[in-house]
Design a binder for this molecule. Structure first.
Ligand code: ACO
Length: 375
């Protein structure tokens, strides 16, 4: 790249900003601003992901951590004299920000404070879980333990929403910019299509100044599209799935996926869950969670592998991934189970429809179970 060409992916800095008061004094590792670069910027700045005409360019794109109201500022040390070949950094980006809130820093900071006081998730809570807060020192050492205080946990909550949920349409408009930056081939959703459902994951914190007030901070979300499924149900297709970088590789994607799956299982109107064009990382996440679920299903495992004989699955690894079944079923010896090869098709189909897993994924899971058993 020339002196006057910069990578748009390096130049764009995305920040999720929360009020300082939302921080827990115990959490040394925590900040009020989480900044990260996008993975992709081709959708906004073109296939080359390059911007011409600037030096030391920083595209400072901030969002309030809850309501996702947006601030944009473009800074640089030098710019080539204005001419048609200098890229319009701000103009190009704002075409993708229909709800850009402000370019004024003070106005944005006021929004951050307002968020803490007033922002609440849209829709209905469908799942919650907790995670320990790690101190900076523990995190650095990669320790898997929380600090001493017994209540030293953070709550996370998943909310279900549709276009009909008041305020959600506008919220989604601000949220979906993340899809362009983190999902390869990801595209924006057309609001005219009615059959979308969403699950949004938030971190929930108590305000330091008033622990009775909870604040909510966006972690990630998934969009689901429902197709008609003969004769009278729907097939839910998971279309986009995203956990923002500060929260990745901490099990939040798995929790969100499990929330979707539980929603599918408990909803009699939904026949099965499918996934649109999954990335390798998402495939991994899905396989791990589906396998864990199957390994924990006593009846399925007993029918599949016959009597409980021989070694358990305890130390089994699938594709380099440790997978511990809670009930330790099946053995190294051949038993009279339904799982093959060859696998009893009618039996497998009965379980597949009951578990609402798509055919190809269920076949893969059976294959993985066979491999796990041979391991
Ligand atoms: N590469 C490979 N495997 C991964 C990755 C990765 N980057 N991230 C997660 N996994 C797999 C691993 O097996 C992981 O287990 P491990 O951490 O013990 O190795 C398992 O998934 C579970 O990890 P979680 O911590 O629960 O996953 P996370 O919260 O990080 O979410 C996700 C994973 C959704 C892929 C997240 O990193 C993300 O949003 N990435 C950017 C956007 C994206 O790729 N989305 C999926 C597109 S496909 C679609 O939308 C249908």
């Amino acid at each position: 790249m020339s002196d006057w060409t910069v990578s748009s992916t390096d130049a764009l800095r995305i920040s999720l900003v929360r009020a300082k008061d939302d921080q827990d004094s115990l959490a040394e590792s925590e900040k009020d601003i989480y900044s990260f670069n996008p993975v992709f910027t081709y959708a906004v700045y073109g296939d080359e992901e390059a911007i011409y005409g600037y030096q030391d360019l920083v595209i400072d794109f901030r969002l309030t951590s809850g309501s996702l109201r947006q601030y944009l500022s473009v800074e640089y040390s030098r710019k080539l004299p204005s001419s048609s070949i200098v890229d319009d950094v701000q103009g190009t980006f704002t075409k993708f920000l229909p709800d850009l809130y402000t370019r004024d820093e003070d106005t944005f900071l006021a929004c951050v404070e307002e968020d803490a006081a007033t922002f609440r998730p849209f829709g209905m809570k469908v799942h919650s879980y907790t995670r320990p807060i790690f101190t900076a020192a523990e995190k650095g050492k990669g320790k898997g333990v929380a600090s001493d205080a017994s209540d030293d946990v953070v709550e996370f909550e998943v909310y279900h929403a549709t276009w009909k949920t008041p305020g959600f349409r506008e919220y989604h408009r601000r949220m979906q910019i993340f899809i362009l930056f983190f999902i390869e081939g990801g595209s924006l959703i057309a609001e005219e299509e009615n059959d979308w459902e969403f699950m949004v994951l938030y971190e929930k914190r108590k305000r330091k100044s008033d622990p009775n007030i909870s604040t909510y901070h966006f972690v990630g979300y998934t969009s689901l599209y429902s197709f008609f499924c003969y004769p009278e149900r729907v097939r839910l297709r998971l279309s986009q799935f995203l956990i923002t970088p500060p929260y990745q590789r901490n099990g939040h994607g798995s929790e969100l996926y499990r929330a979707v799956y539980q929603y599918v299982l408990s909803n009699p109107n939904v026949a099965e869950l499918t996934v649109e064009d999954p990335s390798e990382a998402f495939d991994d996440l899905r396989d791990r969670n589906d396998l864990k679920m199957l390994l924990g299903l006593d009846k399925f495992m007993e029918e599949g592998f016959g009597s409980r004989s021989g070694a358990s699955y305890g130390g089994g690894r699938v594709g380099g991934v440790g997978m511990r079944g809670k009930s330790g079923h099946a053995g190294a010896q051949m038993t009279s189970g339904k799982i093959g090869p060859p696998t009893n098709k009618a039996w497998a189909e009965k379980w597949r429809t009951q578990l609402k897993i798509a055919s190809r994924q269920f076949q893969r899971l059976i294959e993985m179970l066979i491999l796990l058993r041979l391991d």
